[in-house]
Design a protein around this ligand. Structure first.
Ligand code: FAD
Length: 372
């Protein structure tokens, strides 16, 4: 019998484990995978997440194993700037940097710090039922009971499906490739992230370590076909894009649909709480999905500092987090739609350029500021 079980050792579940450890609480994390081996891709940890990692004593480790990013640029196909987010001023304000890092590096830092003895790999939750406690049954035949459950099992969450019986997945109608390659970017891009907007397609890249570059490419689903040639598809983009694509081995490329979760009314019920993508998965257009799961864990920790009653912590957690998360899900969906326009792109780019930089900074600041 466990006091606390976390289902899922993704970024959300692992961060929550680190937070509970700080509070000297006993917990077990159950993870379906046989290894902590996330998809081979990079990820951006924005200033909000990095402030939280500082409270866990992990900021420097993550900075050292990733790459600090001081500016985010949206450009047209020929790398002419459409919009700039200069993070330097915000980095100073919040005393943290944006860091681009390999997902595997980040998850291994989180797992090592909380201790592998607290993680049960190869435990895929099959069934969860509420009696006096929660009864958990795993695909490997293992059964146990737990008083408290955290569902950190991602967008297709079994905890959410079986306990709340809701969660409609929305498909954005976009295909997304992610790749990793050894590549020497021009020096001016060493600490910049670029997202290049074309007609019904986008390409983003960022350096994640001395040699490695992480990139992503999106096209509208109506242009998708099996074995589509990315180099041809992005043939009208700057030659740097084509060079990055040419340098990437096929086995280092993954393909996904872009999806999110229609907001669900409640994230918690008696002795159970959903966090991260299980509760509020967003499209990746603002680079905030994982950062928001990290904020979830942080807010739960902050509330535990003054209140040991988990059920009231869960209610308060949802009240605090709801507005920010819903706004991100909504805005991210809108950005995803605008960025993939197939017509009127010149006008779009013109209008984007007229948005004053300080307005953009203000919107970003709202996201980077922790709520508690
Ligand atoms: C293309 C793309 C780019 C992105 N880029 C960024 C970015 O730059 N920055 C950012 O902040 N976010 C980004 N995100 C979003 C981010 O990946 C997710 O929001 C984040 O991974 C959510 O973390 P999580 O722990 O909630 O869920 P997940 O990462 O989905 O983790 C869930 C874990 O639960 C496990 N699990 C699932 N079912 C079971 C079960 N039945 N039993 C046991 N274990 C189970 C899974 O194996 C997994 O390990 C991106 C997403 C995409 C698709």
């Amino acid at each position: 019998m466990n006091q606390i079980s976390i289902i899922g050792a993704g970024i959300g579940g692992l961060t929550l484990g680190n937070v509970l450890k700080q509070h000297h609480l006993d917990f077990t994390i159950y993870e379906s995978a046989a290894k902590i081996k996330p998809v081979g891709a990079g990820i951006m940890m924005a200033v909000n997440a990095m402030q939280i990692f500082e409270t866990l004593g992990l900021k420097e480790k993550i900075e050292n194993r990733g790459n600090k990013i001081h500016g985010i640029f949206i450009t047209d196909e020929k790398l002419k700037t459409i919009s700039t987010t200069n993070i330097l001023a915000l980095e100073q304000k919040f005393n943290s940097c944006n860091v681009a890092i390999h997902r595997a590096e980040l998850q291994s830092i989180l797992a090592e710090n909380l201790g592998f003895e607290n993680i049960q790999l190869n435990h895929s939750l099959q069934q969860i039922q509420k009696e006096k406690n929660y009864l958990l049954e795993f695909e490997n035949g293992f059964k146990t009971e737990s008083e408290i459950i955290f569902g950190a099992d991602g967008i297709h969450s079994k905890v959410r499906n079986q306990i709340f019986g809701n969660g409609k997945i929305r498909n954005a109608g976009q295909k997304c490739w992610r790749g990793l390659t050894d590549f020497n970017l021009p020096e001016k891009y060493n600490h910049h992230a670029l997202e290049i907007w074309g007609k019904g397609k986008r390409f983003g890249f960022v350096k994640i370590s001395d040699k490695k570059v992480y990139w992503y490419a999106l096209i509208n689903e109506n242009k998708f076909k099996e074995n589509l040639n990315l180099i041809e598809t992005f043939g009208d983009f700057d030659s740097l894009v084509l060079e990055i694509l040419e340098a990437t081995k096929q086995e280092n490329i993954i393909l996904n649909d872009i999806i999110d979760l229609t907001p669900i009314p409640k994230w918690c019920t008696e002795n159970l709480c959903l966090i991260g993508d299980a509760a509020h998965a967003t499209t990746p257009n603002m680079g905030q999905g994982a950062c928001q799961s990290i904020e979830d864990a942080y807010v739960i920790g902050k509330l535990l500092e003054k209140n040991q009653d988990l059920n009231s912590v869960f209610e308060e957690f949802q009240n605090i987090r709801r507005k920010k998360v819903d706004t991100i899900v909504k805005n991210s969906w809108t950005i995803g739609t605008i960025s993939q326009w197939e017509k009127g792109n010149q006008l779009r780019n013109f209008l984007m350029r007229t948005i004053p930089e300080n307005l953009n900074q203000k919107m970003v600041e709202k996201i980077l500021k922790l709520e508690i």
